[in-house]
Write a new protein. Structure first.
Length: 365
């Protein structure tokens, strides 16, 4: 895999959805991160801090910001030199918050969530202050801006490596119109050649009408596998159209939020997901604290806070600190930042069973 990303097959072991997505009982310590405790989080960003979190605590995304702030409060403990600033809902608000944070002593910023705000923040503070955005828009990376979100490339690397290991070389990808579909196609094209995968011409469509004929065009017949990265309204119709045709269905981390194990069309399908043994303790702790299940975006906020805490303890809240060769470990799995500003991630690959899932492989960094 590119940049030394390694695939590790693991023996399949069925577990329930609760086992995969909730798993271990919540404890006072989460795998690969700090104690579950309260984090000092003044929403106004008052007081000096060594680092800053930018969360949307007002405006149209305030509900999301509150969820992220609750995740942040689970880790690190009080008095760790991290202040929270309200990034609002516009690029201008986020840039102003970042400037205030830097004026107060912040040497590194985690956030904001949204791509348009991330670019504005990076321009406002300059390359002297590394910015680790929670966005998954890989095009933002560079010039002091690091992309921390789970990108289409992360999913593609995990599931395509498993496909190659299982000798599935003839693969098609079906995506919806729009940026996510374009990024997913680019991600698969980026990893397929090194894995010996022959990727068919991508299909861009929003409904399942004529899907089988389109996949069989040119007299090739159906491919060995079809990658369906988008978990939108088209996913179940696509899966139903391919059911019983001997095609391996493959999905991205977007599938992790869906209840697929009761739908026969997804039986034996694979999808990328956070390692359940790392993620389940966080999910349980978050639900115990808030009454709502934790998801990937809340896990990102938690991991971003832990990143700041670890680097702060080492006195390495710098670009060089982010680029440490051995990387980091979080509730979403292992990760490592690259000089390009991208983040390399290890993910699990799960197989859908009859009312359960199996962990069948994983990538590591």
């Amino acid at each position: 895999m590119p940049n030394d990303l390694r695939f590790q097959p693991v023996p399949a072991a069925p577990v329930s959805r609760r086992g995969v997505l909730r798993g271990l009982a919540a404890t006072t310590v989460l795998t690969g991160c700090g104690a579950v405790d309260s984090l000092r989080a003044p929403a106004t960003g008052s007081g000096p801090g060594q680092a800053a979190l930018l969360l949307p605590l007002s405006g149209q995304s305030a509900a999301l910001g509150e969820r992220l702030q609750q995740a942040v409060r689970l880790g690190g403990g009080p008095g760790i030199g991290i202040d929270i600033f309200d990034s609002g809902s516009t690029p201008e608000a986020a840039a102003a918050a970042a400037q205030t944070a830097v004026a107060g002593g912040a040497r590194m910023i985690v956030g904001p969530v949204f791509g348009a705000q991330a670019g504005a923040v990076a321009r406002a503070v300059g390359a002297r202050v590394p910015v680790v955005t929670l966005s998954n828009d890989a095009s933002l990376a560079g010039r002091g801006l690091f992309v921390f979100g789970v990108t289409p490339a992360h999913s593609a690397q995990a599931v395509m490596a498993l496909a190659a290991q299982r000798n599935l070389r003839d693969i098609a990808i079906v995506v919806p119109p729009g940026p996510f579909g374009e990024q997913s196609v680019a991600a698969v094209r980026g990893v397929a050649p090194a894995l010996g995968i022959a990727l068919r011409a991508p299909l861009v469509r929003g409904d399942a009408g004529g899907l089988v004929d389109a996949l069989s065009a040119g007299g090739k017949g159906l491919p060995q596998a079809v990658y369906l990265p988008a978990a939108d309204a088209s996913l179940r119709p696509f899966a139903s159209a391919l059911q019983g045709r001997g095609v391996q269905l493959i999905g991205s981390t977007q599938w992790a939020a869906l209840d697929l194990e009761q739908d026969r069309a997804f039986r034996d399908a694979w999808f990328a997901a956070p390692d359940p043994l790392r993620f389940a303790p966080f999910r349980d702790a978050y639900e115990e604290a808030t009454g709502a299940p934790g998801g990937i975006v809340t896990g990102l906020a938690y991991d971003g806070t832990e990143l700041l805490r670890v680097l702060g303890q080492r006195g390495e809240q710098t670009r060089a600190g982010l680029l440490r060769e051995d990387g980091f470990s979080g509730v979403l799995g292992p990760y490592r930042f690259l000089k390009s500003g991208l983040c390399q991630r290890g993910l699990a690959v799960l197989k859908v069973g009859a009312g359960d899932f199996s962990l069948i492989g994983a990538t590591s960094v």
